[in-house]
Design a protein around this ligand. Structure first.
Ligand code: SF4
Length: 186
């Protein structure tokens, strides 16, 4: 597996960062900046339910982007298209096949946006969470050109995201995102 690691040696390298929420973005952004990347944040996440929750998570993400003065792109929310993509997997447990399809759905959108905007690199904050398997995310991501398999859990990323989220007083959601994770959480 080829991982790009950049150090401070002149110009930062542009990268499109698929961001699932504000809290996960904190430590991911910090790490990207420290390794010589220049992130543009991309929020798609039609998996999030209900729409008001997606809006809430986006609002928190804007706070994080503001702190680091980074541009943010928001994709159109289309939960019914996402539901079609995961059809037949509604009963799957979290971390099962539905989640792999969900990762693919969001990373495909990020890959398309990266291509459209001329980014040679893109990655995702999804690997920060200790509840998500980075290897699965990398396997899905590597099908797309320009995907950078950066494991944001590493270097104490998850704990750092909690510290930074508290510092920024961010809302930290208690369920992954879709209605099925909400169901299984309650
Ligand atoms: S539990 Fe999370 S990763 Fe899995 S399908 Fe739902 S939103 Fe996607």
């Amino acid at each position: 597996m080829h991982v790009h690691v950049r150090y401070h040696s002149g110009m930062a390298t542009p990268i499109l960062l698929h961001a699932c929420c504000g809290p996960c973005s904190t430590a991911s952004i910090e790490r990207l900046l420290s390794e010589g990347w220049q992130p543009t944040i991309y929020f798609s996440n039609s998996n999030i339910f209900p729409a008001s929750e997606a809006d809430k998570r986006f609002a928190e993400l804007l706070k994080v982007a503001g702190r680091y003065r980074l541009p943010v792109i928001r994709e159109q929310y289309d939960h019914s298209a996402w539901r079609q993509a995961v059809a037949g997997h509604e009963a799957d447990p979290e971390h099962g096949e539905r989640c792999t399809i969900c990762f693919r759905y969001n990373l495909a959108q990020a890959a398309a946006k990266a291509r459209e905007l001329g980014f040679k690199h893109f990655t995702t904050t999804l690997t920060v969470s200790r509840f998500k398997n980075s290897r699965t995310i990398f396997t899905v991501g590597q099908a797309f050109e320009g995907f950078e398999p950066i494991d944001f859990k590493k270097k104490d990323g998850f704990n750092r995201s909690i510290v930074l989220s508290k510092e920024m007083n961010l809302y930290r959601q208690e369920y992954c995102g879709c209605e099925f994770s909400l169901r299984d959480h309650s």
